[in-house]
Design a protein around this ligand. Structure first.
Ligand code: ADP
Length: 601
C-alpha cells in the first residue's frame, strides 16, 4: 500500500471545518434552542409582580424560579431565595403552577444535537474525503482493499464500431488479421483440419500507426467483445496487483469467449529478462502470470490475444506458443497517407478544391495519428477564421503546425537574424537543387515556429523511395551542411542555427560507415546495432576501440568533404544565392515553384 499517499492538507482542512462548525453549534445555536427569550429579573420585581397579580404561570426549580406574565408571552427567571410564604402568596395571586414553562430542549432533541449531529457531520465529511482520495488514485476500484480479486473492474470495452474500412492503408496488416476474424466467425473450418490460431498476435510498429484501431477493428468485424488494457497499467498499480490483474483479465475474457484481448504497450511488462541490474519484481510477476495464462490456453478456446508494441526487440514474448505471429504496422506510404487523409477529411467540411494527394506528398513521414491531427487542425483553423469549410491553405498550414508547431506571431528576430535565417534556408535549398536539378522543396518559410525552429523547409517526395544510393546519401549530407555553408560564404561567421543539421548529417554519415557498408575499408561488416528503430533508433557500437577511432575519423572526413562541396556550390552560384535570400527575406514564405523560377531565370 505504499503508493497510497494520504493527502495531508485536505484532511486537516476538513477536520478544521468540522471543529469550527461544532463550536459554533455549541456557542450560538444550542443556547438559542434551549433558553429562548428568558429574561432575568431581580427578586424584588418578582415579588412586585406577584403582588400586582401579574403572573401567569410559575415553576419553582431547585435554584431558580421561572415565571411568565399574565398572557404568557414573556418568560422571566429569578434566583430562588429562602422565602417561607412564597407558595401561599403565589397561590393568592392566582398564578398557575406548571412544570413546563420553558420548553427546555427535550431529551431526544438534546441527544440529537449533542451526539447524533456530530456523528452525522463526521460521516458526511469522511465520505467526502474518501471520495476525493479515490478520485486522486484513479477510480473507485483503486480503493478496493480486497485486492486479491478486484472483480469490480471490468475490462471489456466497446470497439467503437470500428471496422477494417475505417483503418486506411495498412493492407498487409488487415489481410493478416482478417484471418483471425474468419476464425472467430467460423472456428469449425479450422478445427476440422486441425489448425489452431496463434495464441497471441503482436502488432509491431511506430506510435500512432493505428495498432489500437486495428485491434478494435478485428473485434468489430468479428462482432465479439473487446477487452483492453495497457501494459503500463498492469505495473503502475499497487505492488502485487499486476499478476492478479492479469489473472482477472483472463478470467473475464474466458467467460466471454470468443473475444479479443488487447494489451497495448506490452513492452512495459514484456521486457527481456537479461538485465539483472534493473530487475523489477512486479514486472517479473506480471509477465510470468501472462505467460502462464497464455501457456495454459488450449488452442481453440476462442480468446485471441492481440498486443501492440513499438519496441519489438525488448520483448521476451516472441517464443513459440506465445506471440508467435508478428504483424508489422508501418508508417503509411504515399497512397496510405492519402487514404488516411481521405478517411479523416470525411469527418470535416472541406472546400472542393482541396488536393489531398498533394497534402499526402507534403506530409511525408507523418503517422496516421499525425495525419488525423493535421485534418483536425485544418478544421480548427477554418473555424478560427470564420470560414465554413477547410481549404487547401488550411491543410498546408496545419502540416507545419503539426510538424513544426504554431507560428510565433510576435517573433523577435532582429533584422540581421532574419537575414541570416534567409541565407541559411536558401543555402539548404540551393545546394539540394544544384545537385539533383529538381525542385528540392515544397515551401520555405522564415516565420519562427513555437517548436523553436526559426526557418522551415518543407520537402516533397515524388513517390516512395525504398533504396538510397551512396551518392544520394552524400548529396543529402551536403544539403544538410548547405545552411551553415551559406552563413560562411556570406557572413564569414557561423551561428548556432545549424545544430539540428549537424546532428542529422552526422547520423547519416555514421550510418553509411557502420551500417550500410559504404566506408572505404570496412567492407560489409556491421559495426553498430540499432535498437528501438521505431523510436528514433538507439545505436550501440560493436567493435574495438581502434575501429571506433577509425570510424570517427571517417565520419569527420565524409562530412567535411560534403561541407566543402556545399561551400563550392554556393560560391559558384553566389548571385542566385543573394537574389533568392533577398526574395525570401522580403516575402518570408516562398514556394518551390517560385524558387525554381528565380533559379532558372
Ligand atoms: P497506435 O495504437 O498505433 O499508437 P492508434 O490506433 O491509437 O495508434 O491511432 C491513433 C489515431 O490515429 C486513431 O484514433 C486514428 O484517428 C488515427 N489513425 C492512425 N492510423 C490510422 C489509419 N491507418 N487509418 C485511419 N486513422 C488512423
Amino acid at each position: 500500500m505504499n503508493e497510497v499517499k494520504t493527502p495531508k492538507k485536505p484532511l486537516i482542512f476538513y477536520y478544521g471545518i468540522a471543529m469550527v462548525v461544532l463550536l459554533l453549534l455549541n456557542m450560538l445555536v444550542m443556547p438559542l434552542i434551549t433558553q429562548h427569550q428568558v429574561e432575568e429579573v431581580d427578586y424584588g420585581t418578582f415579588i412586585k409582580m406577584t403582588e400586582n397579580k401579574e403572573i401567569g404561570q410559575v415553576e419553582i426549580e431547585d435554584n431558580q424560579i421561572l415565571f411568565t406574565n399574565k398572557d404568557k408571552s414573556k418568560i422571566y427567571k429569578t434566583g430562588l431565595l429562602n422565602d417561607d410564604g412564597l407558595v401561599q402568596r403565589l397561590y393568592d395571586s392566582g398564578a398557575e403552577f406548571s412544570g413546563e414553562i420553558v420548553e427546555q430542549m427535550s431529551p431526544l432533541m438534546s441527544f440529537i444535537v449533542s451526539w447524533v449531529l456530530p456523528v452525522v457531520l463526521f460521516v458526511v465529511l469522511g465520505q467526502l474525503l474518501s471520495r476525493q482520495l479515490m478520485k486522486k488514485m484513479g477510480g473507485p476500484n483503486a480503493m478496493k482493499f480486497d485486492m486479491g480479486k478486484s472483480s469490480a473492474k471490468v475490462y471489456v470495452q466497446s470497439s467503437d464500431g470500428i471496422k477494417f474500412a475505417d483503418v486506411a492503408g495498412e493492407d498487409e496488416a488487415k489481410e493478416n488479421l482478417s484471418e483471425v476474424v474468419d476464425y472467430l466467425h467460423n472456428p469449425n473450418k479450422y478445427k476440422e483440419i486441425g489448425a489452431s490460431m496463434p495464441k497471441g498476435i503482436l502488432l509491431v510498429g511506430p506510435p500512432g500507426t493505428g495498432k489500437t484501431m486495428l485491434a478494435k477493428a478485428v473485434a468489430g468485424e468479428a462482432n465479439v467483445p473487446f477487452f483492453s488494457m495497457s501494459g503500463s497499467e498492469f505495473v503502475e498499480m499497487f505492488v502485487g496487483m499486476g499478476a492478479s490483474k492479469v489473472r482477472d483479465l483472463f478470467r473475464q475474457a474466458k467467460e466471454k469467449a470468443p473475444c479479443i484481448v488487447f494489451i497495448d504497450e506490452i513492452d512495459a511488462i514484456g521486457k527481456k529478462r537479461d538485465n539483472q541490474l534493473s530487475t523489477n519484481d512486479e514486472r517479473e510477476q506480471t509477465l510470468n502470470q501472462l505467460l502462464t495464462e497464455m501457456d495454459g490456453f488450449e488452442g481453440n478456446n476462442g480468446v485471441i490475444i492481440l498486443a501492440a508494441t513499438n519496441r519489438p526487440e525488448s520483448l521476451a514474448l516472441t517464443r513459440p506458443g506465445r506471440f508467435d505471429r508478428r504483424v508489422p504496422v508501418e508508417l503509411p506510404d504515399l497512397a496510405g497517407r492519402e487514404a488516411i487523409l481521405r478517411v479523416h477529411a470525411k469527418k470535416i467540411k472541406v472546400a472542393p478544391d482541396v488536393d489531398l494527394a498533394k497534402i499526402a506528398r507534403m506530409a511525408s513521414g507523418a503517422s496516421g495519428a499525425e495525419l488525423a491531427n493535421i485534418v483536425n487542425e485544418a478544421a480548427l483553423r477554418a473555424v478560427r477564421d470564420g470560414r465554413a469549410s477547410a481549404t487547401q491553405a488550411d491543410l498546408e498550414e496545419s502540416i507545419e503546425v503539426v510538424i513544426a508547431g504554431y507560428q510565433k506571431k510576435n517573433s523577435i528576430l532582429t533584422t540581421r537574424e532574419k537575414l541570416i535565417v534567409s541565407y541559411h534556408e536558401i543555402g539548404h535549398a540551393l545546394v539540394a537543387a544544384k545537385q539533383t536539378n529538381s525542385a528540392p522543396v515544397q515551401k520555405i518559410t522564415i516565420i519562427p515556429r513555437t517548436s523553436g525552429a526559426l526557418g522551415y523547409t518543407m520537402q516533397v517526395e515524388d513517390g516512395d523511395h525504398y533504396l538510397m544510393s551512396r551518392e544520394e546519401i552524400e548529396n543529402k549530407i551536403a544539403t544538410f551542411t548547405g545552411g551553415r555553408a551559406a552563413e560562411e560564404v556570406v557572413f564569414h561567421s557561423v551561428t548556432t542555427g545549424a545544430s539540428n543539421d549537424i546532428e542529422q548529417a552526422t547520423k547519416l554519415a555514421r550510418a553509411m560507415i557502420t551500417r550500410y557498408g559504404m566506408s572505404d575499408n570496412f567492407d560489409m561488416v556491421a559495426l553498430e546495432t540499432v535498437t528501438n528503430q521505431y523510436l528514433g533508433g538507439d545505436a550501440s557500437l560493436a567493435c574495438s576501440a581502434e575501429t571506433q577511432a577509425e570510424i570517427d575519423r571517417q565520419v569527420v572526413d565524409l562530412v567535411k568533404k560534403q561541407h566543402a562541396k556545399a561551400v563550392r556550390i554556393l560560391q559558384e552560384n553566389r548571385p542566385k544565392l543573394d537574389e533568392l535570400a533577398k526574395f525570401l527575406y522580403e516575402k518570408e514564405t516562398i514556394t518551390g515553384e517560385e524558387f525554381m523560377e528565380i533559379l532558372n531565370q
